[in-house]
Design a protein around this ligand. Structure first.
Ligand code: SOE
Length: 382
């Protein structure tokens, strides 16, 4: 694995736990962790059980005990590390968004396609696909329980930047993160909507805003924030992005989407809210109640129909059978574990994992269209 911070910890626990809870055809061995600050990486390695620590990720490429590279770094290094790893014959799991630009993402897809011809696989970490309630939502759409989809409402609301004293960390720098709320969390809801509904965003009209244009430079980083000093620096990404979407294809003609991604929604901590309305029913999900999915079956008697809260904790529900007895619930980290489970099964089965780098590129194109539309004020094709 490359990187050892927030995502590094989320992935580490997944590598460690997947084989303990699920019967896997391949067992991950946590052989080596790479981080430029080897003392900090070493502390993480000891906590999670990584066997070795190196300061330069290039060392991973020449080691025989590394068959897969997990890229948990900021976006500006995704393309370089992933392409080098694929060329060295290592499978790659890369954090989202796939890259910082469409051009980088295209180069990554080209590398992934050549590697696939040699049996070397790649996957992008749109992890929320593996939240059981999200997987159930997709299953219900696939079963036709919603009929023809008319509306999709998707929000990703956080508030960790609402305080102007929150420091200027890498997620606020365009050269490191590519974009702001748009790429960091907007990318998730674009992927989730497309994954759940099977729709593809075809065109968008958007607005973005940076509410706090200068922030203190960090003197200490912790989690998503940390502590700022006296020196100020310019925020070079969006704080919020909103857009309307029309979808491509003919399966659900005329379907409309409304998207909102912000890190300024005071009081909303990690509210991924998705509502889908179809001719035969509706679905609603909120990550802040992640073990629930609301479903309205419009084909039932009007007198008794209405949103029902499904507690997605039954062994029949996706992924749940590997964990606790019904009703005991899962958390944020479990989706990362499910990601490892699916990846190990795909590698053993010789299947292309999903979401693929091509899926990541398509999301990147939506992000680019949103930025172009926000700049021009016009509808923009993806
Ligand atoms: C920060 O907004 C962040 O950590 C994202 O980068 C992650 O993708 C999301 O899972 C939680 O929030």
């Amino acid at each position: 694995m490359v990187g050892y911070s927030f995502m590094g910890a989320a992935h580490s626990q997944a590598w460690r736990n997947a084989g303990a809870f699920f019967d896997l055809p391949l067992l991950p061995a946590m052989n080596v962790l790479s981080g430029r600050d080897t003392a900090a990486a070493g502390a993480v390695a000891r906590r999670f059980g990584w066997g070795d620590v190196v300061g330069d990720w290039k060392e991973l490429l020449v080691r025989d005990d590394v068959q897969l590279v997990d890229v948990c770094t900021p976006g500006d290094t995704h393309a370089e590390i992933s392409i080098a790893a694929l060329e060295a014959g290592k499978h790659v799991l890369c954090e989202k968004p796939l890259a910082n630009s469409v051009a980088e993402a295209e180069a990554m897809v080209a590398a992934a396609e050549s590697a696939a011809a040699q049996g070397v696989r790649s996957m992008v970490g749109f992890t929320y696909r593996r939240v059981p309630a999200i997987a159930l939502a997709r299953r219900l759409v696939q079963q036709g329980r919603l009929g023809t989809i008319r509306h999709v409402r998707a929000q990703y609301l956080q508030d960790w930047l609402a305080d102007p004293a929150s420091p200027l960390t890498w997620r606020l720098q365009r050269e490191r993160a590519g974009s702001g709320a748009l790429g960091d969390i907007g990318a998730h809801i674009v992927d989730l909507v497309q994954h759940i509904t099977g729709l593809t965003v075809g065109s968008v009209t958007a607005a973005t805003e940076t509410f706090v244009t200068e922030r203190p430079l960090p003197i200490e980083s912790a989690g998503l924030g940390g502590r700022g000093g006296d020196e100020m620096g310019a925020v070079t990404v969006d704080d919020a992005a909103v857009f309307l979407a029309r979808f491509a294809g003919t399966a659900h003609p005329g379907a409309l989407g409304v998207f909102e991604a912000t890190r300024f929604a005071n009081g909303r901590k990690n509210a991924i809210r998705i509502e889908v309305n179809g001719s035969d029913g509706s679905l609603a999900f909120d990550f802040e109640s992640m073990n629930e999915l609301s479903f309205h079956d419009a084909t039932l008697d009007a007198e008794t129909a209405g949103f029902r809260r499904i507690l997605v904790t039954e062994p029949q529900h996706p992924y749940v059978g590997g964990w606790w007895p019904a009703g005991h619930g899962l958390g944020y980290e479990h989706a990362f574990t499910h990601q490892v489970v699916d990846l190990m099964n795909d590698l053993a089965g010789g299947r292309e994992p999903a979401p693929s780098f091509a899926d990541g590129l398509q999301v990147q194109r939506v992000l680019a269209a949103v930025e172009a539309s926000a700049g021009s004020g016009a509808w923009q094709h993806v």
